[in-house]
Design a protein around this ligand. Structure first.
Ligand code: IFM
Length: 463
């Protein structure tokens, strides 16, 4: 059994589900432009309609209520609310989120709002994007406005979802929008995403609304493939870029010295200004953790294979450590090629509790893509996903028992949706979506999760 008050949620993001890209005055985002470029998205998929949540949100909230969710984590689309990322706000865009939140509240579902899940207004990218410092300030203004409009009904706020992805997939490997491959720009982007977080927290706190505010990071434990010095160094480097660059900044107000040294040939870091790290490291009410897998790495030249290749032609996101190889350690993999390893979640949670100032933790994303099949009898049987979620929830429980301040869990994702460069080919949902008809069907994982929530804990081993 999980503690009383444990938050049982599911998560989505605006771009992946809403569609309605030109509805009601929405501006253009970097993902709209990226999807139009040939070869960027598998199969040429795009999110023009996505899963039409913009029109179907009432039915989707009803589904959440049927599941018994106590909380729903979603993101707001910046270009829907502020089409050019600066200047005029679009009342119709804001109204959509007010209606969504009111619908959630009418079912007693707690809205958890993420301010940025990757859909930067194109106008801001044209002005330099995240490598430009001004984008952080624009984001803080945006955060202040959304918070002023919605904090009367939304208590839980997070700033930037997975800044690692925006910075290093967006500006180093080019696998994500805007598709740039500029290591020095990626590093600036990483800092400015952290700064955007810090300035947004300040701006929201200044409104004294009593909101719970957190940052959101995607963490992976990193294991060296062997005990060799080269592999251990590879693990230190990848842990530094993936985890510590963000955790140390947000929770300790400092960048790790060894990571800055690894990157010193790429940049002199003069973009870090006095006061930035104090803003970035200001105390948080919670940390949102997205967890999917573990990395096993090798530093031996030519000695490693890539465990999960990017779907399209792209470079390395691991700036300054491009030589590191990602090794398949032999565990079962999901349809993304990601190894299933719930022990990595335990390690991650213990590490947070042991090495960082204690802050309430939430698993804000966890889940798996599998090749689901819609059965002739109209059901979708996904035992692998049930087993994945069950194992990770068991691990959450063990972590709580060991003293980790973990207070909630959000499954990724509520529904199948647009999986970025992979398009619609990878299904993460608890709910199956027929992309032709937009019909929603609860998979067996959704029914299992509903039972778990009703019970307040795990009923027994999944079959
Ligand atoms: O779909 C994404 C989500 O947008 C961010 N976290 C990881 C998920 C699965 O790749």
């Amino acid at each position: 059994m999980f503690p009383t008050g444990f938050v049982w949620g599911a998560a989505t993001s605006a771009y992946q589900i809403e569609g309605g890209l030109s509805a009601d005055g929405r501006g253009t985002s970097i993902w709209d432009s990226f999807c139009r470029q040939e070869g960027r998205i598998v199969g040429g998929d795009h999110a023009e309609t996505a899963i039409d949540h913009y029109n179907r949100y009432r039915d989707d909230v009803k589904l959440m209520a049927d599941l018994g969710l106590t909380a729903y984590r979603f993101s707001v689309s910046w270009p829907r609310i502020q089409p050019d990322g600066s200047g005029a706000y679009n009342a119709k865009g804001l109204d959509f989120y007010k209606r969504l939140v009111d619908e959630l509240l009418s079912y007693g579902i707690d809205p958890w709002l993420t301010l940025y899940h990757w859909d930067l207004p194109q106008a801001l990218e044209d002005a330099g994007g995240w490598p430009a410092r001004d984008t952080s300030k624009r984001f803080a203004d945006f955060a202040a406005t959304v918070h002023a409009e919605l904090s009367d009904r939304v208590r839980n706020w997070s700033t930037v979802n997975e800044p690692w992805c925006s910075a290093f997939l967006g500006y180093a490997s080019g696998e994500h929008a805007p598709g740039r491959r500029e290591p020095a720009a990626a590093l600036r982007a990483a800092h400015h995403l952290n700064l955007a977080h810090g300035l947004a927290v300040q701006a929201m706190r200044a409104q004294n609304a009593g909101s719970q505010i957190g940052g959101c990071v995607n963490l992976y434990p990193v294991t060296p493939a062997t005990a060799s010095e080269a592999d251990q160094d590879a693990a230190r480097r990848i842990d530094g870029l993936q985890n510590r660059f963000f955790l140390d900044a947000l929770l300790k107000g400092a960048y790790p010295e060894d990571v800055l040294a690894d990157l010193s040939h790429i940049s002199d870091m003069s973009f870090i200004q006095d006061g930035d790290l104090a803003a970035i490291g200001a105390p948080l009410d919670m940390l949102l953790v997205n967890y999917y897998s573990r990395f096993t790495v090798s530093g031996a030249p030519g000695g490693a294979v890539s465990a999960a290749a990017a779907p399209t032609d792209s470079g390395s996101p691991w700036i300054g450590s491009e030589h590191v190889g990602f090794v398949n350690a032999g565990r079962p993999v999901t349809a993304m090629g990601w190894e299933v390893d719930d022990s990595g979640l335990y390690e991650t949670l213990r590490r947070l509790a042991d090495e960082y100032p204690r802050v309430p933790l939430y698993i804000s994303e966890n889940g798996a893509a599998y090749d689901d099949v819609f059965g002739e009898d109209g059901t979708v049987h996904d035992p692998d996903r049930v087993a994945y979620i069950e194992a990770h929830l068991r691990t959450c429980h063990a972590a709580i028992e060991s003293g980790v301040p973990l207070q909630g869990y959000f499954a990724w994702s509520l529904m199948d949706n647009f999986e970025w460069a992979w398009g619609y080919g990878k299904r993460f949902g608890l709910v199956y979506v027929d992309y032709e008809t937009q019909a929603r069907t609860m998979k067996s994982s959704a029914l299992w999760y509903a039972d778990t929530i009703r019970h307040g804990g795990l009923l027994g081993r999944a079959q």
